[in-house]
Ligand binder design. Structure first.
Ligand SMILES: Nc1ncnc2c1ncn2[C@@H]1O[C@H](COP(=O)(O)OP(=O)(O)OP(=O)(O)O)[C@@H](O)[C@H]1O
Length: 298
């Protein structure tokens, strides 16, 4: 079993709306792959097609070389958490999992294991309709883990979780990948994925924008610079240029200089008799880089 998710020229249209357009990528085991895109980018639609819940208008998605619909006992091969994953509200958490286990010939003792893994032991006998959003997500994860699957697809698993819950899910995903599983997780937050994912697949408006390691994305998109505020920006810019330091003007009129430390800039200002109101080392955020990248798609 190679545990690879393969998406080839996948497209989906809803009437006039293009949800996914000619998307191709491969998701490999042993690492967390983040599936990133702004709201409405087509992440959920692509995941639903991989899981055989939506029919593509073009292309195909394969898991272990087969369409999901052809996998025998799918819960034992692929665990999925979708934004719409729901349990019957009147059911108790444990009974919901037992019912799922029975339908996939999964031993009943596994339900206690996944309830423990997801921190729901004490809620096992509670009815699902009384669950908080975070507990519902935990129950969804418990269901995804039930069949001990080698492939996991998680659609926005961090939504609705408190900081503790976010940390817990992040560690869980990393552990699952370290065990050699394929972990494919969608998010609209770059900052979150930079902390969790080893590899990134970025889409906007249904199209692929980047397929890269998270480290390469961070290196390519984080920019260190020094922000300088002065009443004489033109003279400051000349002084910087004279020292071979390039600077650009920010929308608020401050200068942003690259390739020099704040101390060097302070010394230059003093040497030229320039008044400065601010000299600060800054780094552009990944969220900005992500917005630039996905914004350019428009
Ligand atoms: N059943 C549907 N009928 C019509 N249009 C749909 C349907 N499902 C999705 N769409 C449209 O397809 C596009 C992609 O939606 P999708 O939910 O896949 O995006 P997403 O990246 O998962 O966004 P989000 O982060 O908001 O969940 C959107 O324009 C959406 O309105």
């Amino acid at each position: 079993m190679n545990q690879v998710i393969e998406v080839r020229n996948l497209s989906k249209r809803y009437g006039e709306t293009v949800a996914v357009e000619d998307l191709s990528f491969t998701v490999r085991p042993g690492r967390v792959t983040g599936f990133l895109g702004p709201n409405g980018a087509g992440k959920s639609t692509a995941m639903r097609m991989i899981l055989g819940l939506d029919r593509p208008t073009g292309g195909r998605a394969l898991i272990d070389g087969e369409p999901f619909a052809r996998l025998a006992e799918p819960l034992r091969r692929v665990g999925a958490l979708l934004e719409t994953t729901a349990a019957h509200g009147g059911r108790r958490a444990r009974d919901h999992l037992r019912w799922l286990a029975r339908s996939n010939r999964i031993p009943e003792r596994r339900t206690a294991e996944v309830l423990r893994m997801t921190g729901l032991e004490n809620a096992a006998r509670r009815r699902v309709k009384g669950f908080s959003l975070g507990m519902g997500r935990r129950l969804g994860l418990a269901a995804a883990l039930l069949g001990d699957p080698a492939v996991l697809l998680l659609d926005e698993p961090l939504n609705g979780l408190d900081p503790q819950g976010i940390l817990w899910v992040r560690n869980l995903m990393r552990d699952l990948a370290a065990e050699g599983r394929t972990v494919f997780v969608s998010s609209h937050l770059m900052s979150e994925m930079a902390l969790t994912a080893d590899h990134l697949i970025v889409i906007a408006e249904g199209r692929l924008l980047a397929d890269t390691t998270a480290a390469a994305f961070v290196a390519a998109n984080s920019r260190a610079y020094v922000r300088i505020r002065t009443p004489e920006p033109e003279r400051m810019r000349d002084a910087l240029a004279g020292a071979g330091i390039a600077a650009v003007t920010a929308p608020d009129g401050a200068l942003e200089a690259e390739g020099a430390e704040p101390a060097r800039i302070g010394e230059l200002a003093a040497a030229h008799g320039l008044v400065v109101h601010e000299v600060a080392a800054r780094e552009s955020s990944l969220e900005e880089a992500f917005m630039r990248l996905t914004g350019e798609a428009r």
